[in-house]
Design a protein around this ligand. Sequence first.
Ligand code: HEC
Ligand code: HEC
Length: 432
Amino acid sequence: MKVWQTWDRRRRIICVTGAFVMLWSITQGFAWLISPSEQQLTAEGRELFIHAWTPNDPLSGDGDGLGPVFNANSCVACHLQGGTGGAGENKHNVRAFSVLPNRNDSNIYGGVVHANATAKHLLETDQQVQQHYPIIPGGVTVIGNCQVRLEDFNPVEFEVINTPALFGAGLIDGISDWSIRRNAWGQSLSALGKEFQGNFDATMGKVRVLPDGRVGKFGWKAQFATIEEFVATACAVEVGLSNSYRQQDQPGEFKADENAEYDMTNRQLDSLTTFCLTLKRPELVMPRNSREHSAVVRGRQVFTEIGCAECHTPDLGGVKGLYSDLCLHRIADPDHNGYVRKPEVPLPSSVPGLTEWKTPPLWGVADSAPYLHDGSSPTLKDAIEKHGGDAKHTRKKFQEGIDKQDRKALIAFLKALRAPSPEKIVAQAVEN
Ligand code: HEC
Ligand code: HEC
């Protein structure tokens, strides 16, 4: 005490400040110790991504683990081509459905018919969906003074969805809404310019604006704005893991089971999200052979010359070599057998049409066959030849407007768009 009193004011201030600094450092040290580093979360997330979940899995706390209904028992079972996080094969396509608005119900619903269940009697079928949303019988009704005959209407539309790759997802996550909107305005302006010159081959993407005003970027219908939300939904819907964002589905009910215990902690969710966000981006890999090298260089020019780059925008929001505008387009031909019938009641303008899909980023496309939202194209050439609708002018140019060498060059360019350095995985070990 005596020493303290004999110290002059300046020393006392230095001493007190020093104590504060020391205390602050200690608390920061604790914070650093308590909150995991990105590296730690990525490593944990990676384990969860490749983990083969079982019913009552030890990793799922009080929850029931895998299922009861699920599509596969791990993320990597579907996301595996070109390495962990890649695209999926057709055998793991997801069977989704939409219930179209109709004269009885103007809302739109959607869901998934799960491919698997933890017990045989829980297996879901298309017929169950149909029972929930039965055909609306037609008949004769009077509108004004006229008798109008209404056809039977089946409100259910099934879709098959192929698994996209997640490489570079963190970069897409970071693209601002504004960049997507600005790019879409650019498309509209240039389309308008073309129309004034009598050219109606215009490309105008539709930005998917979600009910809360954010722009959708993820999913074939651009139905999610962030990876975090998609990951949480994938856990619940694909693997049957309830979490604080989305509950697992109730077998045969096609809706979330509100009473299920959580299978995942927020930390597990965070780490899985961090893993997906930090997956390396795909790269353009130039061939060493000089002839092939020149073909890729030429192919990249052809890609722009014949209009592919109008939708597959090479650079977006500061991300180079993405090859997508992240907008919705209709590229199905009306005369194509896969063309879907019209809804009975118009879809709300905020909901994508049945034949509208998001332009998939083409980075990494060489390692992600089969192609298109339903995996219906086994080759790149076939995928290009299936471009009709708003992209039919580019298909025509590809088929008739360029010579064989340029066609080959274009494919060579696409084949140089590779998944990041292949990391071999133990996919077989976690297959169902
Ligand atoms: C049964 C196969 C399957 C499993 C299992 C699966 N996914 Fe997917 N994944 C898909 C399909 C199909 C899509 C596209 C869905 C759509 O667009 O509607 C997708 C899309 C995604 C996307 C959005 C990618 C983008 O760019 O649009 C993310 C993120 C994702 N999955 C993460 C995961 C995670 C994490 C897991 C594990 C919890 C997982 N998935 C399990 C099939 C699967
Ligand atoms: C009007 C916009 C538009 C134009 C122009 C366009 N595409 Fe596409 N492309 C799309 C959409 C949308 C899809 C997804 C359609 C689907 O899945 O049904 C797609 C899908 C693809 C796929 C499949 C990718 C995958 O991961 O499944 C390839 C490859 C492709 N396009 C290449 C091209 C090439 C090459 C050209 C030029 C000849 C071109 N596209 C022109 C919009 C366009």
